[in-house]
Design a protein around this ligand. Structure first.
Ligand code: MG
Length: 290
């Protein structure tokens, strides 16, 4: 089942997206006692009412929103595909322990939203197509099985990175957190079977050119291990988002490197989930009003 958050005629809603690109609204799913948002549903799941009615909306008529705003910053794993480690350096860089960092949740951007180029602060903006998991239950010190069972679902996340800032600072935070640096969506695929029975293919296209083509079978640290490790001494909450790493084929790894420029269209396709598409635009230099 695919969950989607959207706006229709200015009104915020969420629901279930069908194979025919139609949407059952939250009221159709839950009646008047519906959870107030998709995050509220993840926090306190309720039984779904009869779906045997006509969906309320067509996907083409709604504005797709960020599926959920997580309680914390987006957590992420670096260097989690062997070939990507090689394109960024050498095999000595293959991590023995998981490389973990966060991205500001203020950087989240919906499907079809514009990725800012930030040309005054970076000249090396790059994409990273990634599978992200959404936590469904509060967990701490989880075993691998408990981690597996705590996952609500999966989505697509573009871990946009300013490579020059990533390199300048010892920690990745600012290089990974410029505004609009976390496009996510368009939907959350609800998890329906154990992780061991599930793998995803990940492809990234820039202006139609295939740049990344990997599968989650290639992860150095698999998903259950990522979730379990992040929960050791650290509580994970419903709605927390964890990006699991990017396969080879980022712009920095090309010869010569090719960073993002105005007008570039990035599509990330993950099997079973869909396509996250965003366009790069030049930033306006104005300061936000205080
Ligand atoms: Mg990444």
């Amino acid at each position: 089942m695919k969950w989607i958050s959207f706006r229709y005629q200015g009104k915020q809603d969420y629901g279930v997206l069908t194979e025919n690109e139609e949407i059952f609204s939250s009221e159709q799913l839950f009646g008047e006692a519906k959870p107030s948002s998709l995050l509220a549903y993840i926090e306190q799941p309720q039984p779904i009412l009869n779906l045997a009615q006509i969906p309320c909306f067509q996907l083409k008529d709604v504005v797709v929103e960020i599926p959920i705003i997580p309680p914390n910053n987006v957590m992420a794993v670096g260097k989690n595909y062997y070939e990507h480690v090689l394109e960024m350096g050498s095999k000595e860089d293959v991590p023995e322990k998981m490389m973990l960092f966060t991205k500001s949740k203020n950087a989240l951007l919906p499907h079809a939203g514009h990725i800012e180029l930030h040309q005054s602060v970076t000249s090396q903006l790059d994409y990273e197509g990634e599978l992200a998991v959404i936590i469904g239950k509060k967990i701490k010190n989880a075993t691998l099985d408990e981690a597996d069972q705590a996952i609500f679902g999966f989505t697509i996340l573009n871990d946009i990175t300013a490579r020059d800032l990533q390199k300048q600072h010892k920690q990745f935070f600012i290089g990974k957190s410029l505004d609009t640096s976390a496009p996510m969506g368009p939907v959350i695929l609800q998890k329906s079977r154990p992780l061991a029975e599930q793998s995803f293919s990940i492809q990234t296209l820039v202006n139609g050119e295939l740049r990344q083509n990997g599968t989650t079978d290639q992860l150095i640290f698999p998903i259950a291990q990522i979730v379990a490790e992040l929960s050791q001494g650290h509580t994970l909450l419903p709605g927390d988002i964890i990006a699991t790493g990017t396969p080879k084929g980022v712009g920095k790894g090309m010869k010569p490197p090719q960073f993002l420029k105005e007008g570039d269209q990035i599509e990330i396709i993950i099997s079973g989930i869909g396509t996250l598409k965003n366009t790069v635009v030049r930033s306006t230099e104005r300061k936000e009003e205080q």
